[in-house]
Write a protein that binds this ligand. Structure first.
Ligand code: ADP
Ligand code: MG
Length: 239
């Protein structure tokens, strides 16, 4: 069953079409890669899907329900949550408190939220830093904190926006393993924006390519690297 259906989604900023008639769907449990040059409209599409912007046109259907214009916190309660390309933890709060904020999407009990937060900090390997100030973490750990925070909302679907951006190869590898572990454990569908083609090829079952706001191609990783239009618009120049 399709857990997410994007139907003819467009988003205009003045005269600029940041997304233009984008359609695709995702099956439950899969990992979809979303790639394309800078400015292609990847982050805007995440914003349209998760309620940060209403789409100018088209429909976003999650788990059988039309979301158009639904607020992000309601979307989160339905089970869909995103991470941010520019990670912005609550710097003056502890690592644990940051993750508890995610958990409080689902429970009103601080005790339960604390338990969930510890559990998810273990998943990402940060439990030993739970009392550190979030603002003092290096970038690699801030990215893991971001993943723990969204996992703590107990989602059905995660949208990860350049969660490996700015990381060294060893740190990226940890994130790749984390994404694969989340898939392995089951129950969570993932859409991943990522520039590192080797990483995206390894983790994605399918890939959607955006270019100038439009869907340029969709297919398996093999189909995408062999797609002439994709090579010309994106892969040829950057990789
Ligand atoms: N809030 C906004 N207001 C005006 N233009 C925006 C806004 N957000 C994004 N854009 C523009 O939309 C286009 C797509 O941006 P973005 O979705 O961030 O691309 P990507 O994530 O693929 O790099 C860019 O031209 C960007 O400048
Ligand atoms: Mg972006």
């Amino acid at each position: 069953m399709a857990i997410l259906e994007i139907k003819h989604v467009s988003k205009f900023f003045g005269g600029l079409a940041a997304n233009s008639d984008v359609s695709f769907s995702m099956e439950e449990g899969m990992i979809m890669g979303l790639i394309g040059p800078n400015g292609a409209g990847k982050t805007t599409l995440f914003n349209c899907i998760t309620g940060y912007y209403p789409p100018s046109r088209g429909d976003v259907i999650f788990d059988g329900r039309k979301l158009n214009g639904m607020e992000p916190d309601k979307v989160c309660k339905l089970g869909m949550v995103r991470t941010w390309q520019k990670v912005r933890p609550l710097a003056k709060l502890s690592v644990l408190d940051n993750v508890m904020v995610g958990a409080l999407c689902r429970t009103g009990s601080l005790k339960v939220a604390r338990e969930i937060a510890h559990e998810q900090l273990k998943v990402v390997g940060l439990d030993n830093k739970s009392n550190f100030l979030a603002g003092g973490l290096p970038i690699g750990e801030r990215k893991k904190l971001e993943v723990a925070r969204v996992l703590a909302t107990q989602p059905k679907m995660l949208l990860l926006d350049e969660v490996m951006g700015g990381l060294n190869p060893a740190e990226s590898e940890e994130i790749i393993q984390l994404i694969l572990d989340i898939k392995e454990r089951g129950g969570i569908t993932q859409m991943v924006i990522e520039h590192d083609m080797k990483a995206i090829m390894r983790i994605s079952e399918r890939i959607v390519v955006l270019n100038s706001g439009e869907k340029l191609a969709e297919g398996t990783p093999e189909e995408i690297v062999n797609n002439q239009a994709v090579v010309e618009a994106y892969l040829g120049s950057e990789h």
